[in-house]
Write a protein that binds this ligand. Structure first.
Ligand code: NAP
Length: 252
């Protein structure tokens, strides 16, 4: 029980890595607050966790909205009496293609969902953690924000995920003395709806970019988030933790 009695927000919980993380964290004793826009998926997941002796509540909303970031924290405080951790994981790929052909609307949308949301989440989550002198926050970045790894047409996504690594380093240094740890997680290609699930040609292409010649399953990434949220990683802060099947060393 690596997260016994810890109250943890998980965004992007309606699908993929976030859903796998919510299940894993709950199985490890956490009380989870699920966030995403789609409520039906989260209702099913929360039901599954609650029936299996875990604790889960959910609130649907958009991570671009500052009120939603605050509401998730309020829900954790109200239902579980505090906030020990957050896995801010919601994200989108957006339209893929060369930057020169990309519209500003796509750029803005990707940056808002992947990066501005992190700023809003941190602003909502850090004060309550600081008050108690402890907390761990994990943001899902990507190998694409660090090494590209051979993925074409991902300018906005890469910029947003690289920005996240920088934001996390700054947050970590600003709040280490407050007892709040902040790390980013850089998954490699992972089999989820955003990761090409249902498109065998895309899965094959992405798998072959990895030295391991396969993609991760969502639980393998969730396990790394579990480590960063748990007391196994108490000396880690500001780290861009790479969990990518070697894709970032492929070109070196
Ligand atoms: P996914 O299955 O498509 O899940 C994305 C999640 O983000 C969904 O739960 C979605 O929920 C939520 N989301 C998207 N936009 C949102 C918004 N505006 N407000 C609230 N929630 C929103 O994809 P995934 O692969 O698990 O992605 C999870 C994270 O991992 C993302 O940050 C992604 O960039 C990152 N990542 C993925 C891979 C990969 O290969 N799959 C690799 C590296 C990093 P709703 O649609 O219900 O809102």
């Amino acid at each position: 029980m690596e997260l016994k009695n810890k109250s943890i927000i998980v965004t992007g919980a309606s699908s993929g890595i976030g859903a796998a993380a919510a299940l894993l964290f709950a199985a490890e004793g956490a009380k989870v607050v699920l966030g995403a826009r789609r409520s039906a998926e989260m209702e099913t997941l929360a039901g599954q966790i609650n029936q299996g002796n875990g604790r889960a509540v959910f609130l649907s909303g958009d991570v671009r909205d500052e009120n939603y970031a605050n509401a998730l924290v309020d829900l954790a405080m109200r239902e579980f009496g505090g906030l020990d951790g957050a896995f801010n994981n919601a994200g989108i790929v957006g339209e893929m293609g060369p930057v020169a052909d990309m519209g500003i609307a796509n750029w803005n949308d990707v940056v808002l969902v992947n990066l501005t949301s992190a700023f809003l989440a941190a602003k909502a989550q850090i004060p309550v953690m600081k008050k108690r002198g402890q907390g761990s926050i994990v943001f899902t970045s990507s190998f694409v924000g660090f090494s590209n790894g051979g993925m074409p047409g991902m300018g906005a996504y890469a910029a947003s995920k690289a920005g996240l690594i920088g934001l996390v380093q700054s947050l970590a240094s600003d709040h280490a003395a407050d007892g709040v740890r902040v790390n980013s997680l850089l998954p490699g290609g992972t089999i989820t709806p955003s990761g090409g699930e249902g498109n065998p040609a895309a899965l094959d292409f992405i798998a072959n970019l990895h030295p391991m010649k396969r993609m991760a399953n969502a639980k393998e990434v969730a396990q790394a988030a579990l480590f960063l949220l748990s007391d196994r990683s108490t000396f880690m802060t500001g780290s861009p933790m790479i969990v990518d099947g070697g894709i970032s060393v492929r070109l070196t």
